[in-house]
Design a protein. Structure first.
Length: 286
């Protein structure tokens, strides 16, 4: 019993302490800024950031290797990939957008097309009216069959858990980009273990097990975790999300910003007509 006292005292100190991103042992994050000329010749402050010594959005494969390509098995023809189970909340079954709005609560400009939903020009993000925390999410998507652009400009969209944390959607079939921003990356934070993309125009799936982050006094005390299957292939195995996934320039990414226990599911309008269908969710215990 006597031996427990120092342990309990230490536990009290640890739980009583304020916890910041830097209170976690890993990763080691370094941030700095530099004044640089932009495209218009104006001097602007540019943010840089390394995570465990690797620059955010590092493109050099000798520093941040490209995830190996794994070819998934064929998707079932003429039907959804995984139909909703009996206890799922079906957010989109291909017939209407009743459960969705624009991010300001007004009607969405996304359109229904062949049983899928798709952004139109300048339609903005779409979000679910219902809000969720920890969950199992299934979503199917197809990047445009008509291939245009390259890098981040080809079939870019995104699946945002709680409206915040992006699992990237991108056409990375014969298209390379920085690994922490390729299809199925936790954007800016973690590349997928493998590149499991199907061809442009083919239906693909994400199955995501997400546990929400926890905050206390405005600071993160428990980070979010992601387990993600892309086309049935494991690409994130209970990965702890080390911070936010918001773009902060070419080499920096956002940190956690405290929020509530639930948030909407969002899909990104990145200017490419990426289609989504068969969206269902099962709420999980934290
Ligand atoms: Mg995106």
């Amino acid at each position: 019993m006597r031996k427990l006292a120092p342990v309990l005292a230490l536990a009290f100190i640890l739980t009583g302490a304020n916890c910041t991103a830097s209170d976690f042992d890993s990763p080691v994050v370094k941030r700095w800024t530099k004044m640089e000329k932009n495209d218009k010749g104006e001097m602007k402050e540019v943010k840089y950031m390394t995570i465990d010594g690797i620059m955010v959005h590092e493109e050099d494969p000798t520093i941040q290797p490209q995830p190996p390509i794994v070819t998934p098995g064929p998707a079932p023809e003429g039907d959804v990939i995984t139909a909703a189970p009996s206890d799922a909340i079906v957010l989109f079954d291909g017939t209407n957008l009743d459960q969705w709005t624009a991010t300001d609560g007004t009607p969405t400009k996304w359109i229904l097309k062949d049983g899928a939903m798709q952004p139109t020009s300048d339609s903005g993000y779409i979000q679910s009216k219902a809000e969720f925390g920890s969950c199992q999410l299934h979503v199917e998507f197809a990047t445009p069959a008509n291939v245009e652009g390259d890098g981040q400009g080809r079939g870019n969209s995104g699946v945002f858990l709680m409206g915040e944390y992006e699992v990237q959607v991108l056409d990375n079939y014969n298209n390379t980009t920085y690994p922490d921003g390729q299809c199925a990356a936790l954007y800016g934070r973690m590349p997928p273990m493998v590149n499991a993309c199907r061809k442009p125009g083919e239906w693909q799936s994400y199955d995501i097990i997400f546990h929400r982050p926890h905050f206390k006094d405005g600071r993160v005390t428990k980070r979010a975790t992601f387990t993600v299957f892309h086309n049935g292939i494991l690409v994130h195995d209970k990965v702890e999300l080390t911070g936010g996934t918001g773009w902060e320039g070419g080499n920096s990414i956002s940190e956690y910003v405290a929020h509530g226990d639930k948030g909407p599911l969002k899909f990104q309008d990145h200017g490419n007509p990426v289609s989504f269908r068969n969206v269902w969710i099962r709420e999980l215990e934290d």
